[in-house]
Ligand binder design. Sequence first.
Ligand SMILES: Cc1cc2nc3c(=O)[nH]c(=O)nc-3n(C[C@H](O)[C@H](O)[C@H](O)COP(=O)(O)OP(=O)(O)OC[C@H]3O[C@@H](n4cnc5c(N)ncnc54)[C@H](O)[C@@H]3O)c2cc1C
Length: 377
Amino acid sequence: MRIKKADIAIIGSGILGLAHAHTAAQRGYRVVVFERTPQAQGASVRNFGMIWPIGQAPGSTHQRALKSRQTWLDLAPKANFWLAETGSLHLAYADDEFAILEEFAELAPNLGYDVELLNASGVLGRSQAVQEKNLRGGLWSASEVCVDPRQAIAALPRYLESEYGVTFRFSTPVHAINLPRISTPNETWTVDRALICNGADFESLYPETFATSGLTRCKLQMMRTAPQPAGWRLGPLLTAGLILRQYAVFAQCKTQAAYAKRIAAEHPEYDAWGIHVMASQNGLGEIAIGDSHEYGWTVDPFDKARIDQLILDYLQTFLAVPSLQITQRWHGVYAKHPDRSDFIADPAPGVKIINGVGGAGMTTAFGLAEEIFAEWE
Ligand SMILES: Cc1cc2nc3c(=O)[nH]c(=O)nc-3n(C[C@H](O)[C@H](O)[C@H](O)COP(=O)(O)OP(=O)(O)OC[C@H]3O[C@@H](n4cnc5c(N)ncnc54)[C@H](O)[C@@H]3O)c2cc1C
């Protein structure tokens, strides 16, 4: 068997693998990407497609997200996938929700976020999709962007192949790495470095590293509607109160704790299943709806109808949409570190694990890849 050569091998063609392949190829490295399935089927095609800088913790993670956002904007026309600069609205329907938004809007300029606090009519001026009843106000942010993850994650390998000559080997699992050799069922490659971006399958390579990593899995239930009528657009990505108790950025607000306590007392099921509700719309007019958060190394293979119902009921408190006909239901799983925005490890010389980006991989992957290469070179 003839041995093939590259500078860098990447294991996994989810967004982390693709972002690192893109950064490496831009820097002139010869790159091969191994993906065990015929096309990426992991978290990167199962998400909302939200590029969500507003949700990232202030400082380096927020900066990483803004950098990624710029890369998404650059890549969409080149790689020929749909992208919309939608911005986002956090909606408030209760005084304690609005109090968090008010407090955050005060803190935002010093923390580096560009947001605008809106009253109810200001919100309705920004979106035709917002439920007017009981609306107290909202927080507008211009930085959020929407892609269709299924389309973008399929388009990026084609672009990297044609623009930079990146080699993709789909249906090709990597079971062991012994640098400089990586043997797959059909080929042997020699490479200088290997980057492991294997997502929620993390312990299938270097299990001893993962055993002490602190990483866990998170399962999320999602739904998608039929296309909305032609011409009806969601506009800004939408979310409402429940998210204010979960996203790191709102932990800055003193008003958060009392709100979280109220929700826990009044709606224990939201906490039990880690529910907050968001909506995005793709270029086909379909609305992605989610989600829940169930943590643990063992992922329940069976989805819960009750979780979907809680999500849909809550959704209708803030979304006014022509059709809520659900055409698809699925769950996704990502790897998450309890208190870090990534998990990076060097389990052997020349081998780097890049994982643990949690619920923000679409938002942070390109910025993270830049940081990894800047430090590595
Ligand atoms: C329901 C849901 C909604 C989300 N919404 C958003 C959102 O709107 N915005 C956002 O920023 N983030 C969101 N996220 C998070 C985001 O999707 C993840 O952070 C991101 O996709 C993780 O990317 P990854 O490349 O690490 O993993 P994956 O996409 O899971 O990719 C890992 C890949 O590695 C492959 N692989 C594994 N082992 C091997 C092996 N041994 N050999 C070869 N290949 C292997 C797998 O087949 C897989 O394709 C969401 C996640 C979920 C589940």
